[in-house]
Design a protein around this ligand. Structure first.
Ligand code: CP
Ligand code: NVA
Length: 307
């Protein structure tokens, strides 16, 4: 049966762990698997800008023996004259999988409904599940067993990253804290989905307005830009509203002494994080960026096996 990754909870805890194990294997032996040899093509479509996602999918697809076809929607019919489902029907006869970075989650859902090849969310307004696979891989490398760790996210709790930390974090059995002002709190339906998963995995969800309480004893400290793609018009309000949630050296000092700092990048130094933190000894952001490659390769291998 065709499987898709549209949001983090499309994977069960066992499936998530299987993909992370495979990512570790592929990181050790980069050219060990060639499921796309032929070469088969994978379409990688961008409605929004990207550096890491574009490079890691292009390189990863080539590593797997395949050929990446990078499409910018500005130069395609998708989003203008053509619907996601018609686009999917055209692509599925020629490509092995479709990877898409877009705005509305509903577009991805429509694309997935319309096709028999796997569809991967490469970031939407609501979720960034590929980033989470890379982040969990990075946390596992630096902290070991994921279950039982406390991950604290600071900033825009309604962002794709906060939502993905909630779903993927509890799937891995982690305790996820989201520190944000009430008006930037995560969406209620995502919180209740995360709580339901946590009840099965032993993880937990805490929404916290006080950044100090959220930081105390954390194993993983996380933030993301305060101005996600598509929110540029709200920039001034966001800089004002989220100022108290900046990850500073003082905030890091409240976390566990062995805590790591992660950030999906790109980062705005001096806004959501101080330069001394992101460029400091607890930061593992460059490992995290590299792990996009290994995690997404594992994801593609796994998805192609399910067909
Ligand atoms: N973290 C991430 O997705 O980066 P890009 O926007 O550069 O792809
Ligand atoms: N929340 C950010 C993530 C960038 C990788 C955005 O959507 O712009």
């Amino acid at each position: 049966m065709t499987r898709h990754l549209l949001r983090d909870d499309d994977l069960t805890p066992a499936e998530q762990a299987e993909i992370l194990d495979l990512a570790i294997e592929l990181k050790r032996d980069r050219w060990a698997q060639k499921p796309l040899a032929g070469p088969q093509t994978v379409a990688v479509i961008f409605d929004k800008s990207s550096t890491r996602t574009r490079v890691s999918f292009a390189v990863g697809i080539a590593d797997l023996g395949g050929s990446p076809l990078i499409i910018s929607t500005a130069n395609s019919q998708l989003g203008g004259k053509e619907t996601p489902s018609d686009t999917a029907r055209v692509l599925e006869r020629q490509v092995a999988a479709i990877v898409w970075r877009t705005y509305a989650q509903s577009g991805l859902e429509e694309m997935a409904r319309g096709t028999r090849v796997p569809v991967v969310n490469a970031l939407s307004d609501d979720f960034h599940p590929c980033q989470l696979l890379a982040d969990l891989l990075t946390i596992r490398e630096h902290k070991g067993e994921l279950a039982g760790l406390t991950l604290s996210f600071f900033g825009d709790g309604r962002s794709n990253m906060a939502h993905s930390y909630l779903l993927a974090g509890v799937t891995a059995g982690m305790h996820v804290r989201v520190a944000s002002p009430a008006e930037y709190a995560p969406r209620a339906d995502v919180v209740s989905d995360a709580q339901a998963i946590a009840a099965r995995t032993g993880g937990s969800v805490v929404l916290e307005a006080d950044p100090v309480r959220a930081a105390e004893g954390a194993d993983v400290v996380v933030t993301d830009t305060w101005v996600s793609m598509g929110k540029e018009e709200e920039k001034q309000a966001r800089l004002r509203d989220l100022g108290a949630y900046k990850v500073t050296r003082e905030l890091m000092a409240l976390a566990d002494p062995g805590a790591i700092f992660i950030h999906c990048l790109p980062a705005d130094r001096g806004y959501e994080v101080e330069a001394e933190v992101i460029d400091g000894p607890q930061s593992v952001v460059w490992d995290e960026a590299e792990n996009r490659l290994h995690a997404q390769k594992a994801l593609l291998v796994w998805l192609l096996r399910q067909e």
